[in-house]
Design a protein around this ligand. Sequence first.
Ligand SMILES: [Zn+2]
Length: 298
Amino acid sequence: MNAEDFTPEDLAKAQRPTPTQSPAQLQDHAQQASSSVGQVINPLKEIANSGENTKTDGNYWPIEDLPSKFLLYPEGTKIYARPLKVLEVKMLSSLTNDNFHYVITEVLKKAVDGIDVENLLVADKLYIIFWLRANTYKNSGYTVDFDCTLCETSSKYEFEINNLDIIDIKDDYQKDKTVVLPINKDSLTTRQLFIRDENTVKNFLNRNKRSLQNYDEDILILANLVDTINGKSISLMEKYNYLINLEPIDYGKIESYINHYDMGISPLMNVECKNCGGTAPVAVGFHPEFFVPKAGLE
Ligand SMILES: [Zn+2]
């Protein structure tokens, strides 16, 4: 098994679409990844075969808090989840960069109730994964290597879910609020992505594989986050062409507006150094032991 850590860039990609592969390819990767790991069972296959709806064990608890504070779901939405089961833990421990989106979504489909997982906000997705982990292994943190940037000493720290820096929805965020561009004076609205939107950019790139135009992925991702321009909904390609023809000042305004209203889990968290007592930033990462603590299943 690759004992690789997920870097802040990977986490950011997990929160935004990674427009590199089709879902079918991801599934292939996921199956290859897990079959090269688990020679005895293939957890992905077993989960796929274990029936569509297994949510009958009554062990679901309400999730009380989310980065979105439930403000962007239909009124009265309650989201429930249950502790992870062995096959799901095994599936998560086979996470790779390639299967990340597929594995996380499949596990959420099994362990979350009250909402169709496709209608979950991408911003809430990783929070729920950490919630699942915390409620599967209560009182079991995990130890992470920590290189203090202040005193340059290597040590370890105990990861706690409470250490995560949750970026909540901003109080003044409104779905239909418009941003007016400084140069061309157009007014735009932006949107938050749902899990169902995560493949939009990937699918676009697949469909346009043979096109002579080379699409810039970062700009495509930004285009996907623009909802309307002067009140009109237009296609992803039209939004892309709109963005690349903007004055850089207008483009920068959209980019900083979207970043300002970003929510989710900060890719960095602050850790207190036992050596110097200072506080230094550390990347929030997953590695296999995160889901299967060395102490074993409790
Ligand atoms: Zn230190």
